[in-house]
Design a protein around this ligand. Sequence first.
Ligand code: TXA
Ligand code: MG
Length: 346
Amino acid sequence: METVVISTVGKEDAGTVMGAELIRNGELVAFPTETVYGLGANGLDGEAVNRIFAAKGRPNDNPLILHIAKKSDVKDLWAHVPKIANTLMDTFWPGPLTLIFNKADCVPYEVTAGLETVAIRMPQDKTARTLIQKAGVPIAAPSANRSGRPSPTTARHVLDDMDGRIPLILDGGPCRYGVESTVLSLVGEPTILRPGAVTREMLEAVIGPVQLAPSILKPLGEREVAASPGMKYRHYAPDAEVYVIEGDPKPVAKRIRTLYYDLEAEGKRTAILGTEQTMPSYRNLNAYSLGDREEPETLCANLFVLLRDTGAENDVILAEGIPTENTGLAFMNRLLRAAGFRRETV
Ligand code: TXA
Ligand code: MG
């Protein structure tokens, strides 16, 4: 199959007529969102949804998010709309927040991986919304990467993973946030299953206490059941091995330099993912800046790009950890998973 790439930059409608037709015909279309690129199919067609799992190599017990173009569409997809959901939708939609609640009968079990609940989000990205609107159905879409790899934040990344496997990629340029949406379960106590750009602090300001799923910053215990099935899989992993070094910037940079020289002496190609604050300590080393430590949003936006690019050319990546407040939680959640939780505090 030939994969066609159509740019929608500056012309958000481009390619969406063709994309909508493919979706209605049960085919797959990759499209930009403000978080990461999605791999979409008709969310009401179980057979079309199964193609997503095949193209990604995704385990079929990991449920998908339904993407909608207007808030009122949730009522057809959920058993009923809880009051708290209305408050959240009015505050954060369109945007990087996914809400989970009991599903309506029309939602196929292929989408929910057999669960009675369904995840829904209304993206902000104009191309995404035009595509959904024109398709006239909710679009089921996971991130458009091969399963286990870092999520794609550019059309180039999608092509690297999906060339020949899907007919169309809509190219909207680099994604604004660069990490996937916050996933909040409204079944029982509001609980964040996956942190994102809509932070716990932002949610609590609107709805009061919000729980964090225990597996956000640590591996799932052997007997723990994953609240979100996606949590149990190896995730965001580039080709290189990743190590996370945490602590104050000065000792962190010192430790990373030592490790770097040791690894180079062993003949291992090594890259450093540092921050603006520590870059001067890495002069003449193979180091890249994730951004300013005080701006975790920037670190999030650069993380997957740098993991992909440096991961392809190196054996080891030494990455700096940051505190887990606000968007720092989303950053550390993704980085620690990419590292398989190999971490050291100095
Ligand atoms: O930003 C995003 O959310 C992107 C863009 C494309 O919208 N999508 C995305 O999808 O990241 P995916 O499939 O890579 O991640 C969906 C996450 C998984 O961790 C999955 O386990 C969880 O949401 N999830 C989906 N439905 C669920 C459900 N009913 N109960 C619990 N977790 C669910
Ligand atoms: Mg994903």
